[in-house]
Design a protein around this ligand. Structure first.
Ligand SMILES: [Zn+2]
Length: 232
């Protein structure tokens, strides 16, 4: 804890005085974050650090395995964060961010290792589909490292699917007001991969190539004859 206390002391004495106006303004004007990021709680995966975002710029929700429970199954912190970000804050972008060397994914691969962690085991059931995809749709002779990477990538896609079950997200998508992103942070190289929904694969984020999106804003309703757009 000494390191943490020292950090607080440094923040108050050296950092905060220079940023006081910004913090005061953030209270005066309220927060208007650019995006909601759902990332793993892993200490090596800091969304703010990876994106170089400052206070007020990201609405962050972190948990073991960057998991999004489907709407109907669990009323908890993740569901509330999503609803608040979309409805109250009006965020237009949601990112699900997985990463390399993820302990949660290792747990999915080795359920027996979770015998003494019943809460973790229950939580990871929300990612079971990803493990099934890797076991049935990928080559059986992959080594554990390849299996782990495939699992972490597929988990991002599965959690994006879970995200779409949330009414606030589904409605915002139908109105064309929301973009979904699937990211994967490779800790050892600092590389960020983004899921390109059109190409159906993850691609490295370049400097000039723009940002591939998992799902672009595209208003769509099943009964277009009643659509607001048609009526107006
Ligand atoms: Zn992780």
């Amino acid at each position: 804890m000494d390191t943490i206390i020292q950090g607080i002391s440094t923040f108050r004495a050296q950092i905060f005085p220079g940023q006081r106006q910004m913090y005061e303004q953030l209270v005066r004007d309220g927060q208007h974050p650019n995006a909601l990021i759902i990332a793993c709680a892993d200490s090596r995966v800091s969304p703010e650090h990876i994106t170089q975002a400052g206070p007020g710029e990201l609405f962050v929700c972190r948990n073991a395995g960057n998991i999004v429970p489907p709407f109907a199954q669990q009323n908890g912190g993740v569901s509330s964060a999503i609803e608040y970000a979309v409805v109250a804050l009006g965020v237009r972008d949601i990112v699900v961010c997985g990463h390399s060397d993820c302990g949660a994914m290792k747990g999915l691969m080795n359920p027996e290792a979770l015998a003494k962690m019943p809460n973790v085991a229950a939580w990871l059931r929300h990612a079971t589909a990803a493990e099934r995809i890797v076991c049935e749709a990928y080559p059986a002779d992959m080594d554990p490292k390849q299996h782990h990477r495939a699992l972490a990538l597929e988990n991002v896609i599965v959690q994006l699917a879970n995200l779409r079950t949330h009414p606030s997200v589904a409605a915002a998508l139908a109105k064309g007001e929301l973009r979904l992103h699937g990211w994967f942070f490779e800790i050892e190289t600092g590389t960020l991969l983004a899921y390109d929904g059109e190409a159906g694969r993850f691609v490295p984020l370049g400097h000039d190539d723009g940002l591939p999106v998992a799902e672009a804003p595209a208003p769509r309703v099943a009964a277009p004859e009643y659509a607001r757009v048609a009526a107006e």
